[in-house]
Design a protein around this ligand. Structure first.
Ligand code: 26Q
Length: 814
């Protein structure tokens, strides 16, 4: 395995440490240890090798008293820790030898490492990639989140339909976390407020919950820095429940309330528009924010006095609107608890927060009913009203007589039940707002947040997302990593991804191309083994590996992909091999449990897979594998095998996408629309390496605005008609297919039919290109050579320069 150079431990030392941990932490010996015992002991041993660096980092931070980045996110998709920490601590090879010397199979032990799935998808994985890059760049940073007892549900297919099972990820204990009960916080909810003169008030909560942090280590790669992520877990605060006050009849209720207060961090909400407005979700958000802000203030006070330096030492990045209640919470602390004047508190608050927006879809913008806030967080609602009042006065002064503008900008949505618009609160309470790809940031200022961008243009930024090359190359694709390292001389490129440009010349080297192809083939073989055991599909390792991995959402248009598969099926069946090469069509992704339209597409994909895979006429050319329970671990298996990356959302809907970057960096060429970060990928890799099709965002918006009749496409395009007909009464009929087709032919919200022909023709060009393997390999290599920009190290540099204004604090190496 490739690893950092400064390793000190020998296999014998590791063996000694491992046996020690086995005895002390598990009370057993290697002869009688279970696989779980061995795993836990190994994890502790590896963890120990990062502790010195962590302590040195803490010391360096204490001495430098630097400005810190605090990343607030309701979600983190960290991925498995063992493999990463072995590589980052430089103990991978010695640990392997030590285990083998003890007669233990390293793979068997490693298989017990559980991924903490504390997020839904892109936003949560982005948080993990940014933390990885922050540590690698020696930036003083702490990530704050929630330690959900149950992470994102586990996905199974029953009769092709998604079934959800709970994810009890920490059942056997999580060896990577350190509990820190000393740093617990008491957090209030409900209750009432009393005016206390001026803008101050006293809030008497009706219920108190305890927040207990644990932290996990976030090591940098090739540096001494080890930062942390702090995750809060709720516990009931028994002292706040005076059970003696309750008569026998209400004792039970009081106990129930006490127990319930400890369940705030029980489960991650799956991203689900039907679940919007749930009280427990708001409780989670405030719980995260209240615990984290207190912890940030505690840390600030270790080296600083008063509030004058607070905004110089602290920047808090809000990962979407989920933690935005932090803005009124900081105001409450400063005004009510610390006695600062409103204006002074507001000036501090507005210099501390920055907000990242991850969507363009108006329906995805969070709002909370005023009534719910009044009950759960009465003081925060008062503060929000006051913030809005002052803000609207500024607006009125800038745009006299423009009532419509006041309505558009207001933090409070009127009309029917009043609601608080969290994105508006975020913009008003922050010094910077950013989108996550160039197109997204532009569209934000032109559409979703236009009135704000007109009023405060300098506050708006773009920071294009990036991904960790350590996680998605070093950990996920050791074969390609070794090949690249051999060519570039060492592994330094993993910290400086622009150096991939040096591979450009290698595209012309037939020997290098052969090795490149061999690595990709090997990875396809590994994927085929998984597809066989997990989905019962046998994939041909020489077939074009055509991958679509992302949450199931209508705007992402998995349905378009399925329609193309049906087209290929029909062509093969009638002996027309236009656009046909041997292909493995791979799907991965979960749907929100209540998102029925997405689940219908999923069932159709599984139905198509079943028919296609069972047909002996079709089998030599086409296989469809829907791999269940897509997560970071599965991603690490699928991505290295991919040849073609499907990025086919309706233009103007996908904020950025990040699987597009992961796949591009692993040598897949993209077929896609000009949406999100696809635009920048194409700009960099070149039009030759990007199979572009379909409407752009402007064309799509124009078509949506006018009268649109999807049925015309159905009537005029024979292949499309055949594909759709095969879904209603034909071989691919399945439950809900009628609803799905009905929607497609009458509304087609995401313009699937309008882009169908362009997509199918573009896939024919892909097939044509694949036939020339030497040329495809050249393109694959160049594609990687030109993708260095998409490292999360570059993303972090952009944030540091444009928004955070923080400097590295290198702790010195061990
Ligand atoms: C909302 C309400 C109730 C429960 C859950 C939620 C919820 C949870 C998660 C809403 C949204 C999310 C996650 C959104 C997300 O992952 N967005 C993606 O962020 C990526 C990183 O910036 C982008 O690349 C994707 O384009 C964007 O879709």
């Amino acid at each position: 395995m490739t690893q950092v150079s400064h390793v000190r431990a020998t296999p014998t030392e590791i063996e000694f440490e491992l046996l020690g941990n086995l005895a002390r932490a598990r009370g057993t010996t290697v002869e009688s240890a279970s696989a779980q015992d061995l795993y836990q002991a190994l994890a502790l041993t590896v963890r120990d090798h990062l502790i010195d660096r962590y302590i040195r980092t803490t010391k360096a931070h204490y001495e430098a008293n630097p400005r810190f980045v605090y990343y607030l996110s309701a979600e983190y998709m960290l991925g498995r820790q063992l493999g990463q920490n072995l590589l980052y601590s430089g103990t991978a090879d010695v640990a392997r030898s030590a285990l083998e010397a003890l007669g233990v199979d390293p793979a068997e032990v490693a298989a017990l490492d559980v991924e903490p799935g504390l997020g839904n998808g892109g936003l949560g994985r982005l948080a993990a990639c940014l933390l990885d890059a922050l540590a690698t760049s020696d930036i003083p940073a702490v990530g704050y989140g929630i330690r959900y007892d149950f992470g994102i549900f586990k996905q199974e297919f029953r009769g092709g339909a998604q079934a959800e099972r709970p994810d009890d990820w920490a059942y056997y204990g999580n060896p990577w976390e350190f509990r820190a009960p000393d740093d617990q916080q008491h957090i209030g909810f409900y209750g009432s407020t009393e005016p206390a003169g001026g803008n101050r008030a006293v809030w008497t909560p009706g219920e108190t919950v305890l927040g207990e942090p644990s932290h996990m280590l976030v090591p940098g790669y090739g540096t001494g820095t080890v930062n942390i992520i702090r995750l809060w877990r709720a516990r009931s605060a028994p002292e706040s429940f005076d059970l003696s006050q309750f008569g026998a009849g209400r004792y039970g209720e009081a106990v129930e309330a006490m127990v319930r207060s400890g369940t705030i961090s029980a489960v991650l909400y799956p991203d689900d528009s039907t679940e919007l407005g749930r009280e427990l979700r708001l409780k989670q958000q405030y719980f995260l924010v209240a615990c984290s802000l207190r912890d940030i203030i505690r840390r600030y006070r270790l080296r600083n006095d008063g509030w004058d330096a607070f905004a110089d030492k602290v920047v808090i990045q809000l990962n979407d609107t989920h933690p935005v209640i932090a803005i009124p919470e900081l105001m409450r602390i400063l005004v009510d608890e610390e006695g600062l004047a409103w204006e002074q508190a507001w000036s501090i608050t507005r210099r501390v927060f920055a907000y990242t927006c991850h969507t363009l879809l108006p329906e995805a913008l969070e709002t909370w009913p005023v009534g719910l806030l009044r009950r759960l967080l009465p003081r925060h609602l008062e503060i929000i009203y006051l913030i809005n009042h002052v803000f609207l006065q500024e607006v009125a002064a800038l745009y006299p007589g423009d009532a419509d503008r006041l309505r558009r900008l207001s933090i409070i949505e009127e009309g029917g039940e009043q609601r608080v618009r969290m994105a508006h609160l975020a913009v008003v309470g922050s010094f910077a707002v950013n989108g996550v790809a160039a197109l997204h940031s532009r569209l934000l200022t032109e559409t979703t947040l236009r009135a704000f961008a007109e009023m405060m243009p300098r506050q708006f930024h773009n920071v294009t997302n990036g991904i960790s090359p350590r996680r998605f190359l070093l950990v996920a694709n050791p074969g390609l990593t070794r090949l690249i390292s051999a060519r570039l001389g060492g592994t330094d490129w993993l910290r400086d991804l622009d150096r991939l440009a040096e591979l450009e010349a290698a595209a012309g080297d037939p020997d290098f191309r052969a090795r490149w192809r061999a690595v990709k083939r090997r990875n396809r073989q590994d994927l085929a083994a998984h597809a066989l055991s997990e989905a019962g599909v046998s994939l041909d390792p020489d077939a074009l590996c055509d991958v679509m991995i992302k949450r199931f959402h209508e705007y992402k248009r998995q349905l378009l992909r399925v329609l193309h598969v049906i087209v290929l099926y029909h062509r093969i069946k009638r002996g027309d091999l236009t656009g046909v090469v041997r292909r493995s069509v791979v799907f991965g992704g979960k749907a929100a449990p209540g998102y029925h339209a997405a689940k219908r597409v999923m069932l159709l994909a599984n139905t198509v897979a079943e028919v296609v895979n069972a047909d002996p006429d079709v089998a030599p050319y086409l296989k469809v594998a829907f791999l269940p329970d897509y997560n970071v671990t599965r991603a690490e298996l699928i991505i290295p095998a991919a040849d073609l990356s499907e990025q086919i959302s309706l233009a103007g809907k996908e904020a950025s996408g990040t699987s597009n970057m992961k796949l591009a960096l692993n040598g897949a060429l993209t077929i896609g629309t000009l949406d999100g970060a696809n635009v920048e990928i194409r700009d960099r890799v070149g039009a030759d390496n990007f199979f572009l099709f379909g409407m752009d965002a402007t064309e799509a918006a124009a078509l949506r605005a006018g009268p649109y009749n999807p049925r015309t496409y159905y009537e005029l395009d024979e292949e499309l008609r055949a594909a759709i007909d095969a879904v209603v009464g034909g071989p691919f009929a399945c439950e809900g297919a009628d609803l799905l087709v009905g929607e497609l032919l009458t509304r087609d919200e995401y313009l699937t039919l309008a882009d169908f022909r362009a997509y199918v023709d573009c896939q024919d060009r892909v097939a044509e290109a694949w036939r020339d393997q030497e040329e495809w390999t050249r393109r694959s290599i160049r594609n990687v050579a030109r993708s260095g920009f998409f490292s999360s190290d570059r993303t972090v540099q952009d944030y540091c320069r444009d928004i955070w204004r923080v400097e590295p604090v290198p702790p010195g190496r061990d």
